[in-house]
Write a protein that binds this ligand. Structure first.
Ligand code: SF4
Ligand code: SF4
Length: 397
């Protein structure tokens, strides 16, 4: 561990503390969020792994003019996306956990496609070549000083370390780069039985990614299907509150078809962007998981609150991604990572859907509960002590 690692941990824990405080304050204004979350838990239990619901949803999407692709795995999804690009070299992209799951940016870049991340946090991570520390706040572990210093090297000009200044600079740069993009790629917070996609965002960038290019590709998981638009919007509210502390995101997009008009003689013609919408639904092990003891993990809304409240992540940083993200890594085969887990159950307690991550972690770990508890706590105390000493040595607050 060096000075940079300590500075990242300090920045991340500061950002997470701020988020927890905002949630606490806003919970007084919106106490109903807990009962909405409870209802969504029931919805997710009924819809996850529900094949009839998924088939009905696909049928309705196709009827509404979407091209729908069912991708069994990463390779299938990448093949579909590469074909849909039809030789285009610039893609505007927004934040998506599923895109991250298949390393979409890196895969397209290796095929010579320029991928422009349009979310400020993701763009910072892309330029600085860093790993994200939170699903909706990927650059939370970087201080404004670190970001300004590295961006100064990238843009070859002195950048003042102020958040406002950095955001303005990146926004301008992104705008210029996506001007000629003919394809936009986003994720989706939800898809519904009626054939609608729900996407929430705060920066306004998703609007640009959806509407500027002619082709819009939506990449999401088969587990994101909801029985109704009302349920999907309620889930988006819960996700927003636990990801940002705000009950409503700035923008909630509901899309159920491409841009068209019937204003002349009632003849339906395509008009404006997007002209084409392609929906790629990724399985990649989800069908298997939904029939296993780990089904509950697919109820996840991706809010990241399990990470924000994970004491192991707060000390180990990206060596232990925390909560749901550590569990997913372990299910994929990296079981060694679970030795860091303290079995403290804070992830379950702070999850809006009370997903029992500790139970699933415990099922995956070898050895007795007591042994794992003792070893993980000794390791954690040792690491914590190291971090605190380095904080004093480097005078971090
Ligand atoms: S039980 Fe493990 S994953 Fe969950 S909050 Fe505690 S340390 Fe993190
Ligand atoms: S497991 Fe729960 S807290 Fe963690 S990201 Fe998913 S919904 Fe949010």
């Amino acid at each position: 561990m060096d000075i940079g690692d300590v500075e990242k941990l300090v920045a991340m824990n500061k950002a997470f503390k701020l988020l927890r405080e905002r949630q606490k304050e806003n919970l007084k204004r919106y106490p109903e969020i807990k009962s909405i979350a409870k209802k969504i838990r029931g919805v997710r239990e009924r819809s996850t792994g529900n094949k009839e619901l998924l088939s009905e949803s696909i049928e309705n999407f196709e009827r509404r003019g979407f091209d729908v692709y069912l991708a069994k795995n990463k390779e299938d999804a990448l093949k579909a996306i590469t074909e849909l690009l039809e030789g285009e070299r610039v893609v505007a992209k927004s934040k998506s956990n599923v895109a991250k799951e298949i390393s979409l940016r890196e895969e397209l870049e290796s095929r010579g496609v320029e991928v422009v991340e349009t979310d400020i946090g993701d763009r910072i991570i892309q330029i600085l070549n860093e790993d994200p520390s939170h699903p909706t706040g990927p650059a939370a572990h970087l201080s404004v000083r670190m970001i300004a210093e590295k961006l100064s090297n990238h843009f070859k000009t002195e950048i003042v370390p102020s958040a406002e200044n950095i955001v303005e600079l990146l926004r301008e740069d992104i705008k210029k780069r996506v001007e000629n993009a003919a394809v936009g790629i986003t994720g989706a917070n939800a898809i519904t039985r009626e054939g609608a996609v729900v996407v929430v965002h705060n920066e306004g960038n998703i609007y640009e990614v959806m509407h500027r290019p002619k082709r819009w590709i939506i990449l999401t998981g088969i587990d994101k299907v909801y029985p109704s638009l009302e349920d999907a919007v309620a889930a988006a509210k819960v996700q927003s509150f636990f990801a940002t502390g705000e009950m409503l995101p700035s923008f909630t997009e509901i899309i159920s078809g491409n841009a068209k008009t019937a204003d002349i003689e009632k003849k339906l013609i395509k008009s404006g962007s997007p002209e084409e919408i392609s929906l790629i639904l990724l399985d990649n092990g989800r069908s298997e998981i939904s029939a296993s003891e780990f089904k509950e993990i697919l109820y996840c809304l991706g809010c990241g609150n399990c990470v924000v409240n994970c004491p192991a992540h707060s000390v180990y940083g990206n060596r232990f991604p925390g909560g749901r993200f550590a569990l997913i890594d372990a299910i994929k085969g990296d079981e060694n990572i679970l030795r860091f887990c303290l079995s403290c159950k804070k992830c379950k307690k702070n999850c809006p859907l009370e997903i029992d991550i500790p139970r699933m972690i415990s099922n995956l770990r070898e050895g007795s509960e007591l042994y794992n508890f003792l070893i993980s706590h000794i390791m954690w105390l040792n690491e914590r002590l190291k971090v605190e000493l380095l904080k004093v040595a480097f005078r971090f607050q």
